[in-house]
Write a protein that binds this ligand. Structure first.
Ligand code: NA7
Length: 539
């Protein structure tokens, strides 16, 4: 054992950076962060595909913990590009001198709980092991890339990319025949950009997705000045919302509005652009009739934009309520299908049969391509943690415990895995809210708890099974009071063959969740079982 720390943080994305800042600078702990990439940024380090952009507004999708940072950093666009967000993460790392405690190009491969010393032994891919009292997982929710096992893929002679592992030097599509497989957020952002360069682009679509126009634009000097002047109050308000971004209040429940009022409200939101469309009606995600009205409006727009009615019909999402698969936000996605060099192939009823040396075969039709881009998503929420060999008490493996679906208390901790804290884990609001806002709440709560544990001489903490069962039940119950479980989404684990279908994120909202966490803390960290240092020593 060469190194001993108070805390190991896994990942140097937005969560890992803030965890390091809080634990090291506010609590005075010895902390090391392990990061697979060769710089900070997490998602925004890896996702360098053309068109990669955040679909939460930049003025909200940023840290609030450093008021001077809010003043010194200036966002250039309403929805920031990947390079700008990465530059922001790098700026934050620089400003808070974070890189000195981050080991880059290092993957955590295992974490084994040592009951005797109440510590984790953390194994790295270079063979080294280190010891830490606490492990904080900041591995992200969408970082374990998924490439379907298409027969013949290894025979393909051309270039192959996944949107989540894009080459740093970029890809030149000029003059090439390109296949994009997948039409989630990544595909929908990349397709218009690739189409501008490629000789021909063929899009393989399994499930049509609802996409809203971003109406992205530069932020004016006046807007920036106004936001900066009001940042303290904006940041406080963000925490009081369900989604972590400030949106206009809904026009009302759909049934309380006339058809004309409904229409006007939808038109206004569509014209404004961005994901705020989903907030047009208060009951958009809980009432199927309200949802159908919002969905139908988008389907009409698709038919308006796409010139070929057959292509428009293929692009129309009809199988699930709008927003129950993650809503997409695009720039010119539907219009891209009006280009002569773009073909849409539906693989809904006839799946991709195989990939050959020179292309993709669907239902006996073969498309010759030079490049395949997989925009096929991620083993979401549980994938990144399950890829690490995590062993808790009595050698229990986390991936075995979660075989039938993830089990956490508050999304933050799991019984049998003491002193392991998970930022934006399954059972937390995370992916259903502004991620940076969710991360800050989680990290601050975890840091507050660690401070208390240290002050009280607590060697180990883990959730009580009953508290965990109650939380898992609550997460499930709240999800089923909405329309979300009606879609075969990655929220449900439905995109990974064999993955249990459990709705993973907490739908109750960031504000409600934050209050629950605060109540747990105020009640002596109700639901956690503590082992004191001296009790441990007496054993
Ligand atoms: P997503 O949203 O999971 O999208 C993946 C896409 O790939 C989706 O259209 C899938 O169709 C498609 N897919 C997956 N497997 C296959 C196979 N075997 N054949 C054909 N098509 C397939 O991932 P993204 O990277 O776009 O976005 C992830 C999140 O990142 C996003 O929600 C934002 O939060 C940011 P399906 O719908 O499963 O039928």
């Amino acid at each position: 054992m060469s190194n001993t720390y108070d805390a190991v943080v896994i990942g140097a994305g937005f969560a890992g950076l803030y965890a390091l800042k809080k634990l090291r600078d506010d609590l005075g702990l010895s902390v090391v962060v392990y990061e697979t990439g060769d710089d900070v940024g997490g998602t925004w380090y890896w996702n360098r595909y053309p068109g990669a952009r955040c679909d939460a507004e930049s003025i909200y999708y940023s840290y609030s913990f450093d008021p001077e940072l809010d003043q010194s950093w200036t966002w250039s666009e309403r929805f920031a590009t990947q390079p700008e967000i990465l530059a922001y993460a790098q700026y934050v790392a620089q400003r808070h001198d974070l890189r000195r405690d981050i080991r880059f190009r290092t993957r955590v491969v295992s974490a084994t709980w040592q009951e005797a010393g109440s510590r984790w032994e953390v194994g790295l891919d270079d063979g080294e092991t280190v010891s830490a009292r606490w492990v904080v997982s900041a591995v992200g929710c969408l970082s374990a890339a998924q490439v379907p096992e298409f027969p013949g893929l290894e025979e393909f002679a051309g270039e192959v990319y996944h949107t989540g592992h894009w080459p740093h030097e970029g890809v030149d599509f000029t003059g090439k025949r390109v296949a994009v497989i997948g039409t989630g957020s990544s595909g929908i952002q990349a397709i218009p950009e690739i189409a501008k360069q490629a000789a021909h682009l063929t899009v393989f679509q399994r499930t049509p997705n609802f996409s809203l126009p971003a109406r992205n634009r530069p932020l004016s000097e006046e807007e920036i000045a106004d936001v900066k002047a009001r940042y303290p109050e904006i940041r406080a308000q963000q925490r009081q919302t369900a989604g972590g971004s400030l949106q206009a209040p809904p026009a009302g429940k759909a049934a309380d509005l006339t058809t004309e009022q409904q229409r006007r409200a939808l038109e206004e939101r569509w014209a404004k652009g961005g994901p705020g469309y989903m907030g047009t009606f208060a009951d958009c995600l809980t009432d199927r009739t309200a949802n159908d009205i919002a969905a139908e409006f988008v389907r009409e727009r698709i038919h308006e934009i796409v010139e070929d009615p057959e292509v428009a019909a293929l692009l129309e999402p009809t199988d699930y309520p709008i927003g129950t698969k993650r809503i997409c936000v695009d720039t010119d996605y539907y219009a891209t299908f009006n280009r002569d060099n773009v073909t849409l192939v539906s693989v809904k009823d006839r799946p991709i049969e195989r990939i050959t040396r020179d292309g993709v075969t669907v239902g006996g039709d073969h498309t010759v391509v030079d490049v395949i881009v997989f925009a096929t998503g991620y083993d979401a929420m549980t994938g990144p943690l399950n890829r690490i060999d995590i062993r808790g008490k009595d050698g229990l493996k986390l991936r075995d415990k979660w075989r039938d679906g993830p089990r956490t208390y508050l999304g933050i901790a799991s019984a049998g895995f003491p002193n392991l804290f998970i930022v934006t884990g399954p059972g937390s609001p995370s992916v259903l809210s502004n991620m940076v806002c969710a991360i800050e709440q989680h990290v601050e709560w975890i840091a507050g708890y660690v401070a208390k544990l240290r002050a009280d001489g607590i060697a180990a903490t883990e959730p009580d099974r009953a508290a965990e069962d109650q939380w898992v039940g609550h997460v499930n119950e709240v999800a089923h009071s909405t329309l979300y479980p009606q879609a075969a989404s990655w929220y449900m684990g439905a995109n990974i063959p064999g993955k249990p279908r459990i709705f993973m994120p907490y739908v109750g909202g960031l504000n409600v969740y934050g209050q629950v966490c605060a109540d747990v803390a105020a009640n002596g960290y109700r639901g956690f079982v503590h082992t004191r240092q001296h009790e441990r020593e007496e054993q």
